[in-house]
Design a protein around this ligand. Sequence first.
Ligand code: FAD
Length: 341
Amino acid sequence: MSTHETDVVIVGAGPVGLFAVFELGLLGLKTHLVDILDRPGGQCAELYPEKPIYDIPGIPICTGQELTDRLMEQIKPFDPVFHLQEMAEKLEKLPDERWRLTTDQGVVIDARVVVIAAGGGSFVPKKPHLDGLETYEDTSVFYAVRKIDAFRGKRVVIAGGGDSALDWALNLQPVAERVTLVHHRDGFRAAPASVQRMRQLVDAGEMDFKIAQLAGLEGADGKLQSVKTKSKEEGEGAVPADALLPFFGLTMKLGPIAEFGLNFEENLIPVDTEKFETSTPSIFAIGDINIYPGKLKLILSGFHEGALMAQAAFAYCRPGERLRFQYTTSSSELQKKLGVR
Ligand SMILES: Cc1cc2nc3c(=O)[nH]c(=O)nc-3n(C[C@H](O)[C@H](O)[C@H](O)COP(=O)(O)OP(=O)(O)OC[C@H]3O[C@@H](n4cnc5c(N)ncnc54)[C@H](O)[C@@H]3O)c2cc1C
């Protein structure tokens, strides 16, 4: 178990959580971010990476991924620490007024201020409907790859036809004993280059592709022996397997933040519009997760909320210190923090 100490811990590395790092950084506050996804960007990166956004001030057009990349570039000087593929699971108050956030991976982050930037909730995998699935989860069935080496020398079945399924089939193929991609049709949503590479490997006999649906799991005590399949053409079949990785997309659920002891109004967190603080002092909520009169679920609204939240967070993190209002254009102090002076 590793323990970190920081000024502010941010739950959610979507566009609003990322820009909060910038606003907090300008005030000299250090940040850690936790996100269940394997990369930053939230909805922009996960739901519409290639779609154009037209209403970011000063950027007439950029895609969801481009916005994420630009935000990552902008916050670089502040060196935020990312805890990706981790669910923020538990929040408790410490005797010294700080908060302790624990992730599902056992990482502990102690911070004076908590910022909930959890959007529509945490992204969770869509699961296949297979009898006994839960008895194999985390031992033989996985919805994400945390360590490639865990699959070394194993017979791996990957199910799905999107980028995650294809990317992991290609990445695990060199280390696994055998990779079998199972998809219900001979057409894919993944990048054409990945599909082409997969077909080359199949033609060369270095991996397998089966057009079928998942039908069941065979094994004992959480240890998988084979994945049962069915298809119109071939009927029922079975692929010998030590591990199954279903990549059927993600859905958003409020998740563990519902247990953080905060007030909720229909799965949203009410905040004031001066500081975007929740009814619990030193816990703030910004972006799509909050609610207040007139709220618009837009990225630019979340950016504004982050700027005001940072001012209030400073008062908790640096009690007694005066905060001077400064412009980045003219303040040499801010320019030093940004590394441009
Ligand atoms: C198709 C589409 C098009 C859109 N187009 C526009 C547009 O043109 N302009 C615009 O302004 N807005 C647009 N939006 C809305 C915009 O994407 C959202 O307003 C924005 O993403 C909200 O940002 P956020 O950071 O608050 O939340 P999100 O982007 O939802 O990010 C929240 C992050 O928190 C993580 N998280 C939540 N709970 C936990 C937990 N317990 N542990 C770990 N991680 C957690 C999630 O995994 C997620 O990555 C669009 C949305 C969609 C779906």
